[in-house]
Design a protein around this ligand. Structure first.
Ligand SMILES: [Zn+2]
Ligand SMILES: [Zn+2]
Ligand SMILES: [Zn+2]
Length: 137
């Protein structure tokens, strides 16, 4: 994890507290984990006949607290539930909406936790750690 540790925003220079996802002033992405996608789209998608893709379900999400904008992670079973922010104690309902910035899955081959941007839902990808081919549901 390379969460934002606090300090001046690299873009606007404003002092920002730790654990933010976006700069509160200029909205620059501060958490470098969400800039680089850990799961990569392979250069070509193998044919199903010659390469078995294993389906995996999303385990949970990374998102910004709607009240303090700090980074939070929750199992997908909490979607639709009322949750409490560990940073600001704000209460809110976790929804599948724009606040979700990334998701995580457990690789079925190496069992490592993989984090990827929301756009990779439904994609055929390869695990960067073991190169196993997976389809993300
Ligand atoms: Zn900024
Ligand atoms: Zn919060
Ligand atoms: Zn793997």
């Amino acid at each position: 994890m390379t969460a934002w540790n606090g300090g001046p925003c690299p873009k606007c220079g404003e002092q920002m507290p730790e654990n933010l996802i976006h700069c509160q002033n200029c909205r620059t992405m501060l958490n470098s984990d969400f800039q680089s996608d850990i799961i990569e789209i392979p250069e070509f998608v193998p044919l199903e006949e010659i390469s078995a893709m294993v389906d995996v379900d999303v385990s949970g999400y990374y998102f910004a607290c709607p009240q303090c904008d700090r980074e939070l992670k929750a199992n997908k079973k909490y979607v639709g539930e009322k949750v409490v922010c560990k940073h600001c104690d704000g209460h809110f309902k976790l929804k599948e909406d724009d606040n979700l910035v990334a998701f995580y899955v457990a690789c079925p081959y190496c069992e490592k936790e993989l984090k990827a941007a929301m756009k990779y839902r439904g994609a055929n990808v390869s695990c960067k750690k073991c190169e196993g081919s997976i389809t993300i549901n």
